[in-house]
Design a protein around this ligand. Structure first.
Ligand code: NAP
Length: 515
């Protein structure tokens, strides 16, 4: 069986000791193995600091952007190969796989273009010059400068391509060398990316650890940055990690999120905005089998539309074919691992104690094209509650699968915003309304609780990517439960990997420093 090697300190390392198997989650067939340890991680950090950092320091933003453009091109060239790996190892349908892989390439291209735009500069201005003295001679200017440490990237299992690319695009453009660690269970795609990227990048700019983190974080030092995406319990262990605390290492966390979709009181379900709402809600339940951090978990609809929305969701879900994602007719595959399936089942059971079934009961399903009893399958499940604010599991526990809960409300914008706030911070939530006063009241009260608010309406319905699509030009991250992190958002995404420094002195010197 193939043993996936890590790319560390300029060479491929197979590790040693015990191994973990990567499987096809539809058939449970073993696909590859990874070593659980035996890598020289201290050497990898030294290599990043001494070799990768030096290489990037000598490059302009435009040159780093050109590197990112070459990575995007490599993904395009190996697209079919990557899709096949995502279908086999991630339980992705072809469409799910493209969402991840093309998302990665698009993000790299976005930052490649930004690099071209930033050109030959070595630091970035933050705002305009400020007069801080009696005359204009004495000035102040904030700048973003390149940090000297290592960017450590830890990614979740659900987006092995996009997660890897979105993080490395920002870090490399900002000038930090990267050590990337994909989730073990779905590492085949990330491993292939490392193989594709390795010949295109200067030594030390990108290293990849395939397999468990082990003692990796014991090697962090002052100036390093950790960008983590994953579950809240892992995030907690990172927040209290002795080395991270000791060295004041910058830690960005993207964690759980109980995203909501709100149908405004003015929207008929048959209208363009109403249909957009329905498409978004059902797509988010089923795309990647609901394993998206941005997926809609909680749905609020005006009382008068509650029955209609439930019926429409039932109708759409009843034609969904669940099974082996390598089959053309299948629209939803399994969840990624046996542990995920058990977590999702447990989450549905918690919801089932306090909610009613609208569709799918507790997720039992007979998958198409799968040998009896095999695979980590959960069918789509819609639950409902008449008390959305008081339904504790709905507002405190992320079920990371094809599960959503619908609830009626009066149509009051303040209640809708309070419902967003009830989950204590989310990555994205959406509201569908053509009533600008309603939208204004909602946004004012909901914005502090969300990293992104998606405002569906009849005017934008025909060109909407949906709330579940993370765009490189807009912020990704959210307050509170969602981790408090910030990634992407164009140039903002580079700031995690740079140091903001206030320069104070002769205004003409400050101006010359920025070129
Ligand atoms: P996870 O179990 O927390 O794992 C995430 C990553 O952390 C994996 O690479 C994992 O490696 C690694 N890890 C585990 N323990 C570690 C440690 N002690 N030190 C360093 N790294 C460690 O999460 P998951 O099951 O992969 O992902 C599902 C969760 O991610 C969901 O809760 C979802 O909401 C969240 N998520 C959030 C976002 C977002 O942008 N906010 C995006 C996607 C997913 P191994 O795989 O080797 O254990």
């Amino acid at each position: 069986m193939q043993l996936l090697a890590s790319y560390l300190a300029g060479s491929w390392s197979s590790g040693s000791g015990s191994r973990t198997q990567l499987v096809n989650p539809a058939t449970e067939e073993a696909l590859a193995e990874v070593s659980n340890g035996g890598h020289d991680l201290a050497g990898a950090f030294a290599h990043a600091r001494e070799v990768g950092g030096r290489e990037l320091a000598q490059m302009s933003f435009a040159q780093r952007g050109a590197l990112l453009a070459s990575l995007a091109k490599a993904i395009h060239g190996a697209r079919e190969d990557l899709i096949a790996l995502a279908v086999a190892n991630g339980g992705n349908t072809r469409s799910d796989a493209k969402f991840d892989i093309d998302g990665g390439a698009v993000t790299l291209s976005h930052y490649a273009e930004l690099g071209t735009k930033l050109g030959a500069a070595s630091s970035l201005a933050d705002g305009e010059p400020i007069q801080v003295g009696r005359t204009a001679r004495m000035g102040g200017q904030h700048v973003w400068a390149r940090r000297r440490g290592v960017a450590v990237h830890i990614n979740a299992f659900n987006f092995p391509a996009w997660g890897t690319c979105e993080k490395l695009a920002c870090a490399i453009l900002a000038g930090m060398p990267v050590i990337s660690k994909p989730a073990t269970a779905t590492a085949l795609v990330a491993h292939r990316l490392a193989q594709l990227f390795e010949p295109l990048l200067p030594k030390g700019v990108l290293q990849m650890l395939i397999g468990p983190a082990g003692s990796m974080l014991d090697n962090v030092a002052a100036g390093d940055v950790i960008a983590f995406t994953g579950g809240s319990s892992t995030a907690r262990s990172l927040r209290t990690h002795a080395k991270i605390i000791e060295h004041g290492v910058r830690l960005n966390i993207e964690a759980d999120s109980l995203n909501a979709a709100i149908l405004g009181p003015d929207i008929e379900l048959s209208s363009e905005a109403g249909q957009l709402f329905l498409v978004d809600v059902v797509r988010d339940m089923t795309q990647k089998t609901g394993q998206k951090c941005t997926a809609i978990r909680r749905v609020l609809v005006p009382e008068a539309r509650f029955g209609e929305v439930c019926d429409a969701m039932k109708e759409r879900l009843s034609s969904l074919v669940v099974g082996d994602p390598s089959r053309e007719e299948v629209r939803m595959g399994p969840v990624a691992t046996a542990a995920q399936r058990d977590d999702v089942r447990a989450g549905i059971a918690r919801l089932a104690d306090v909610t009613d079934s609208v569709y799918g009961g507790t997720g039992d399903v007979t998958p198409v094209g799968v040998p009896g009893g095999k695979g980590f399958f959960v069918g789509p499940v819609v639950r409902s509650t008449k008390s959305p604010m008081d339904c504790a599991p709905l507002n405190s526990h992320e079920v990371f699968g094809p599960v959503s809960t619908v609830a009626p409300y009066s149509g009051d914008a303040a209640f809708a915003a309070a419902f967003i706030a009830r989950s204590e911070g989310c990555l994205v939530s959406s509201a569908y309304s053509d009533d600008r006063d309603w939208v204004q009241s909602f946004v004012t009260a909901a914005a502090p609780w969300a990293g992104r608010l998606y405002l569906g309406s009849s005017k934008m319905a025909s060109q909407s990517p949906g709330p579940g699509t993370v765009l490189p030009s807009l912020l990704h991250g959210g307050p509170g439960r969602a981790g408090g992190g910030e990634e992407l958002g164009g140039e903002r995404g580079m700031h995690l990997y740079m140091q903001r420094c206030a320069l104070e002195g002769d205004a003409s010197v400050l101006k010359s420093l920025l070129g």
